[in-house]
Design a protein around this ligand. Structure first.
Ligand code: NAI
Length: 695
């Protein structure tokens, strides 16, 4: 009809018909697309087509189901109805894939009679990463095409190239040149052959070996840390091997329905959309443009400087590492090389790509010369204010006017660092996380003078080198470290009242954390916290006693745990005795503490501090905090982050629990934050918090 958007375009090249999905930008399979496909197939059949080429317009084939239709009743036709029409069609339907064929998009292609693809396409079933399983036959059709390899693809959710897909057996041809043209030719040539639909194939699922399947499944789910969707995928794929097609579809449907409504899937979607939202800076004027950056200079080639330099080179940005001595410089460069070489050895990086990256990294001890050539400087020297100010004064003199000077400090005041320069508007924090070449999170820390262009530059460069930049305000510890710092006192109390380090870590790891807080302390080194406490004049009886016993963590092979030669942690008798002695001395009566209480007393202090951070405007939105924890602090994405955790409990309950623990543990820090009090009273939540929480 004239004037109405066409969601599926129908073209003809002689007796080969082309159906093009046209739902920009990524061709999600919304109702109109599904209806259009059904109509198109019927029309092509009526007109006597010999074959139908099904493809996507614009950027790709299809990114799958429309997420906004989730949880709402779907208007017909459903995807399975469309797939039935394809599978019953006498005219073969050939999927021609470019760009992304993901989720429901790939399932659509799998229902077709054959699949061709152009190089550079990405094919995958990422549903597991959103917390559910493919729900339109993907778990039944893919195993019938490629056997047990399907389990790996579906449980990992990773996509593959067309070449890999062809090797595995779910792409029939990889076609160079113009895809439409090539696919029409391919269709014309092959239209006469008899295609076997995926659902009718039995060769790849024959000879099902339960033991072999179990072993593969066990390996693939070993690191799911309590996430349910990988197990749902295993159950659905197993059905493909053990049941008739229709029964398998039912198993898949049950898993899909159960998981998609579950809390984990909601959490994963919360983070998925949140990661996009957190990169938008609400008060950044539209005219703020990032400054051009063609050379990065990193000051300091230590743990962090090396990782930052690698991140730049990994993403094609030329980078110079500056060190104080030739020896330190060589050490810094060698550490980067060794890291890349390990990746080459493991097969995840080609030698050619390594050499390309290595060529982008240079090093010098000539501070002034290097800084004079910089478009952006990131400082990563020792964490000491006097040292930082000296370095920034020197940077200010050596750098060209207008060049942004960033600091990777994890605790120091950005404004004070900026005060050492004549260009405070060009100073900003760029707080990377260790290992900096691996961790995605980048807390960009806005000083009171940081200009919009400076903020835009730090954001832009962060994205360019593969990071997820989240802009936060300047305060002690910024967002992430400030919040994790607040769980310390409760951990101390838990240890005295009845827990051992392994109890707390077991609960936190059972929740899904990559590593429990005490094991994390051992990894980072317990002397760091001890130095901070000394500087601040605070005490932590257990931690102090552990450090006093010479137990500094993994680097001394003992901390809260003992460590064997493989760095495997072993519960420590000595630490247990230290704790028991202290409890006795301090007259704390030890009792059995339930797991639920441990979890709450470790997490709620962080939630409370998160609320204060919102009140102060240090974070723009609750989602920013959740994104920070998932990407920088090993918080499992399927749990959605600390503020999501609080919302799940409900803020009334959070307020009551905080007030309860504040009183019973005599910890004024747990007195509910004003924002929590207010939202609890209003019946509100962090998710529905509108506008600024500040004030
Ligand atoms: P590091 O001690 O491994 O490296 C510091 C390097 O800076 C040393 O190699 C030193 O020779 C060099 N250096 C000192 N003064 C210099 C100067 N004037 N010019 C050039 N090079 C100089 O320290 P690390 O761990 O890399 O930390 C660096 C910064 O990153 C600190 O501000 C720290 O707080 C921050 N940070 C550290 C994290 C970590 O997990 N290690 C995480 C996030 C931030």
């Amino acid at each position: 009809m004239a004037g109405e958007p066409q969601f599926v375009e129908h073209a003809r090249d002689g007796d080969i018909h082309v159906l093009r999905i046209a739902n920009p930008p990524v061709n999600t399979l919304r109702t109109e697309v599904r209806a259009g496909l059904l109509d198109g197939i019927q029309a092509a059949t009526r007109e006597g087509a010999r074959a139908i080429v099904l493809m996507g317009s614009n950027r790709g084939f299809s990114a799958g189901a429309e997420m906004t239709e989730f949880g709402k009743p779907r208007k017909p036709p459903s995807l399975p109805e469309v797939f039935d029409a394809i599978e019953q069609s006498k005219v073969p339907v050939i999927a021609a894939i470019h760009g992304n064929a993901l989720g429901g998009g790939l399932e659509l292609a799998l229902a077709c009679h054959a699949r061709v693809a152009s190089p550079g396409a990405q094919l995958g079933l990422p549903e597991v990463k959103r917390g559910f399983v493919p729900g339109a036959g993907g778990t039944q059709r893919l195993p019938r095409l490629i056997g047990l390899e399907a389990l790996r693809l579906i449980v990992s959710g990773e996509s593959v190239t067309p070449e890999e897909a062809q090797r595995l057996g779910f792409v029939d041809a990889v076609l160079g040149g113009d895809l439409e043209h090539a696919a029409i030719a391919w269709a014309r040539e092959n239209a006469g052959t008899s295609f076997t639909l995926a659902r009718n194939r039995t060769d790849r699922i024959a000879g099902y070996d339960a033991a072999q399947f179990d072993e593969a499944a066990k390996k693939l789910t070993a690191r799911s840390r309590g996430q349910e969707s990988p197990l749902g995928c295993v159950a659905a794929v197993r059905a493909a091997f053990t049941m008739p097609f229709e029964d398998g579809l039912n198993v898949e449907r049950e898993q899909f329905t159960r998981l998609v409504q579950g809390e984990q899937s909601q959490a994963l979607r919360h983070i998925f959309f949140g990661e996009r939202e957190a990169q938008r800076i609400p008060d950044l004027p539209a005219e703020a443009k990032p400054l051009p950056v063609n050379r990065l200079v990193v000051i300091g080639g230590g743990t962090m400087g090396g990782g930052i330099a690698m991140s730049a080179a990994n993403f094609g940005l030329p980078v110079t590492m500056v060190e104080t001595s030739e020896e330190a410089l060589q050490k810094g460069l060698k550490r980067c090389e060794a890291n890349w070489e390990r990746t080459v050895k493991s097969g995840r990086l080609s030698q050619a790509e390594y050499e390309k990256r290595r060529a982008l990294l240079s090093g010098t001890t000539d501070f002034e010369k290097a800084v004079g050539e910089a478009d952006l400087v990131i400082e990563a020297v020792f964490e000491n204010m006097a040292v930082k100010k000296e370095v920034f004064a020197r940077l200010d003199k050596a750098a060209r006017p207008g060049v942004v000077l960033a600091s990777n400090t994890s605790t120091l005041d950005i404004d004070e660092i900026a005060s050492a320069t004549q260009r405070p508007e060009l100073v900003i924090g760029m707080h990377f996380f260790s290992p900096a070449n691996v961790m995605r999170l980048l807390e960009n820390v806005k000083g009171k003078a940081s200009s919009p262009a400076t903020i835009a530059t730090a954001t832009e460069v962060g994205k360019r080198i593969g990071k997820l930049p989240v802009l936060v305000g300047n305060c002690d510890g910024f967002v992430g470290n400030r919040m994790t710092g607040k769980r310390g006192p409760q951990i101390e109390k838990l240890l005295l009242e009845g827990c051992l380090p392994q109890d707390i870590d077991r609960v936190m790891e059972g929740y899904g954390m990559a590593m429990g807080p005490l094991a994390t302390g051992d990894l980072a080194g317990l002397d760091i916290g001890a130095a901070v406490r000394k500087a601040r004049g605070t005490v932590a009886p257990v931690a102090d006693a552990v450090v006093a016993a010479g137990r500094l963590g993994q680097k001394t092979s003992k901390g809260y745990y003992d460590y064997d030669e493989n760095r495997k942690r072993i519960p420590s008798k000595e630490v247990e005795q230290i704790i028991l002695d202290l409890a006795e001395k301090m007259q704390v009566r030890r009792r059995k503490i339930e797991d639920g209480e441990i979890l709450e007393r470790v997490l709620l202090p962080m939630v409370n501090e998160g609320a204060r951070i919102l009140e102060e405007g240090i974070a723009y939105r609750p989602i920013d905090i959740d994104v920070i924890f998932v990407n920088g602090f090993g918080w499992p994405a399927f749990r959605g982050g600390p503020m999501f955790f609080a919302d799940r409990i409900g803020l009334k309950a959070v307020r009551d629990k905080l007030a309860h623990y504040a009183e019973t543990t005599n910890d004024p820090n747990l007195k509910p934050a004003a924002l929590i009090e207010r939202l609890a009273k209003e019946g509100g939540s962090f998710a529905t918090l509108k506008g600024a929480a500040k004030g």
